[in-house]
Design a protein around this ligand. Structure first.
Ligand SMILES: [Cu+2]
Length: 196
């Protein structure tokens, strides 16, 4: 036949037409998923652009760390702030061996005359989850305790409270722990904490 039978063709057209809204619906869902994914990626990109705020640990003339236990995320900054008139140092150690850390080792941070003057800080972050033990070698020293563990003790002859100047940072991703930091750890300078 020279003239094609339009029958199957129109039937095809009908099928195509009938399929169109479905395909459009599918395209719309795909688009919706795409948009949702883009939004998610956008959100994670935004949080990557704004890293978590530092956690602050303060020192003054009490010769102890005000926030003796804090929780931080891997990569989150910990900032030691010396509000004392005297100097403090910070040194990481292993309670199992007593070995000093080669990387968590702050030289003595000079003191400050007080509010309005320069305040010296030391910042560090940790890549891996776990405990990071530290002490101030100016005001404490390590001693082997019963059970074979190494513990900071008050360095003889220094002033301060009876507790050795030492602390612990837990590096974790646990949201419940991360919420449990002392309120003072959110502020760099505590106006009422200068002195000593
Ligand atoms: Cu100290």
């Amino acid at each position: 036949m020279s003239v094609p039978d339009p029958g199957p063709c129109s039937a095809m057209m009908t099928i195509e037409t009938a399929r169109m809204p479905k395909e459009n619906a599918m395209n719309r869902s795909a688009l919706a998923i795409g948009l949702a994914t883009a939004t998610l990626f956008g959100a994670s990109a935004a949080s990557a652009a704004a890293p978590p705020k530092p956690v602050y640990i303060h020192m003054n003339g009490a010769n102890e760390f005000l926030e003796r236990l804090v929780f931080v995320r891997p990569g989150q900054k910990v900032v030691f702030v010396n509000e004392d008139t005297g100097a403090h140092a910070i040194l990481g150690y292993s309670p199992q061996t007593g070995a000093a850390s080669k990387t968590f080792d702050a030289p003595a941070l000079a003191g400050t005359p007080g509010k309005g003057h320069k305040v010296h800080t030391y910042s560090i972050s940790f890549r891996h989850q776990g405990p990071e033990w530290y002490y101030c070698p100016v005001h404490a020293e390590l001693a082997k305790a019963p059970g074979g563990v190494w513990l900071p003790k008050v360095r003889p002859g220094v002033h301060g409270f009876g507790t050795p100047m030492a602390g612990l940072i837990i590096v974790t991703t646990d949201p419940a722990l991360l919420k449990d930091n002392p309120a003072t750890s959110a502020s760099k300078i505590l106006p009422g904490y200068f002195g000593g």
